[in-house]
Design a protein around this ligand. Structure first.
Ligand SMILES: [Fe+2]
Length: 363
């Protein structure tokens, strides 16, 4: 293989990055990345033509906006996409000719590498120093996972108190014992106290000032299931703005109503899902499918709102955009409840996780 033809060398320089909702194609070294929506590629599939007239037979109305191939690869100068319905082969020259989007600023998907947000307690001499690193990382990354901090929740709380955090009691109590046989908390008529899955949400979005941080401390493992999912909504919002500016606009300007009603508690609050600053950066996310009041948008805007909501949902529910982990006994997670969404898969067994909210003392 010492005699590699020029054409092949060019092929080897071409590379693709198959993202959740689009393809990123670099045709040759030094060329700007070309971006193609999967649905656009599905619509333009070369095989979707009449066998003799070569006219396109697929109308855009038949293309699902969430169309996505099972795999994508390069073969010589051809992009090969394997759809559930068949195979498409796009010559790279054709894609270059019909490219409609060149990447100007890189579009970074929300992070998913749990190793990057993990800290080991044994690297620290004290819980106070461990808490200092955990808080610094949470302020930077939106969440931290700490391994091996022990089972003493109060000692961990003291560690964060030494870093300027104060426990924030809620209508559940000072510490939430998230277990199916809970007898110590108030207002346990909510999903967190069951073994059911709880999908992505933020906590207490119905309060003017939701608790800033939540500690989730593992005490007892589940027999099966009980994984935690975290999503950096600041990164997801940035990504949403890059892939769907209209959805970003709708979700940052539409006020929704959160209505929490439990046996011994009721609260209503109006706020946007995504509050951003002048530069479009996320200031605060509020998102909780189980505390939304019925949406009340003008008739001609309701469909657009649902479309925007579902577009953001596709970003945050993409597994490649989520940190996914198990909180083992003695481990804990700290996340920024104004920035990071969290979820828990359903489980079996005596899983016991303790939840503690914190605010910055100076706030
Ligand atoms: Fe929660």
């Amino acid at each position: 293989m010492s005699n590699v033809p020029d054409e092949n060398a060019r092929t080897h320089a071409a590379r693709i990055d198959a993202r959740a909702d689009h393809l990123r194609l670099v045709v040759r070294d030094g060329a700007p990345a070309l971006l193609f929506h999967w649905f656009w590629l599905r619509h333009q599939a070369p095989e979707e033509v009449h066998p003799t007239t070569r006219e396109r037979v697929l109308d855009a109305r038949h293309v699902a906006l969430d169309a996505r191939p099972r795999s994508a690869r390069l073969e010589d100068q051809v992009l090969v996409l394997e759809w559930p319905t068949g195979t498409s082969r796009f010559p790279l020259a054709w894609l270059e000719e019909h490219a409609y989007a060149r990447e100007t600023t890189p579009l970074a998907p929300p992070p998913h590498d749990v190793d990057a947000i993990r800290v080991t307690a044994t690297a620290h001499e004290s819980l106070a120093s461990l808490a200092a690193e955990a808080l610094e990382r949470t302020r930077r990354d939106g969440a931290v996972v700490v391994l091996g901090a022990g089972l003493d929740t109060e000692a961990i709380i003291d560690g964060f108190a030494a870093q300027g955090l104060a426990v924030r009691g809620t209508h559940f109590g000072r510490i939430e014992d998230l277990r199916t046989d809970n007898t110590s908390n108030q207002n346990t008529d909510q999903l967190g106290y069951t073994d059911a899955p709880v999908d992505l949400h933020t906590d207490q979005p119905f309060l003017e000032e939701p608790p800033r941080y939540q500690l989730l401390h593992g005490i007892r493992a589940a027999e099966d299931g009980g994984e935690n999912l975290l999503v950096d909504a600041a990164a997801a919002t940035r990504y949403l703005r890059g892939v769907d500016a209209d959805a970003f606009e709708v979700l940052t300007t539409t006020t929704v109503t959160f209505h929490r009603r439990q046996r011994g508690f009721e609260k209503v609050l109006h706020a946007p899902l995504l509050r951003v600053d002048g530069a479009g950066e996320l200031v605060q996310v509020r998102h909780s499918y189980f505390t939304f009041a019925p949406f009340r948008e003008p008739f001609d805007r309701m469909e657009g709102f649902y479309r925007a909501y579902q577009r953001f949902a596709r970003v945050i529910h993409e597994p490649a955009h989520q940190w996914r982990l198990l909180i083992a006994p003695g481990d804990f997670v700290l996340y920024d409840n104004h920035r990071t969404l969290h979820a828990r898969t359903g489980f079996r067994g005596p899983r016991w996780v303790r939840g503690v909210y914190f605010d910055e003392v100076s706030r």
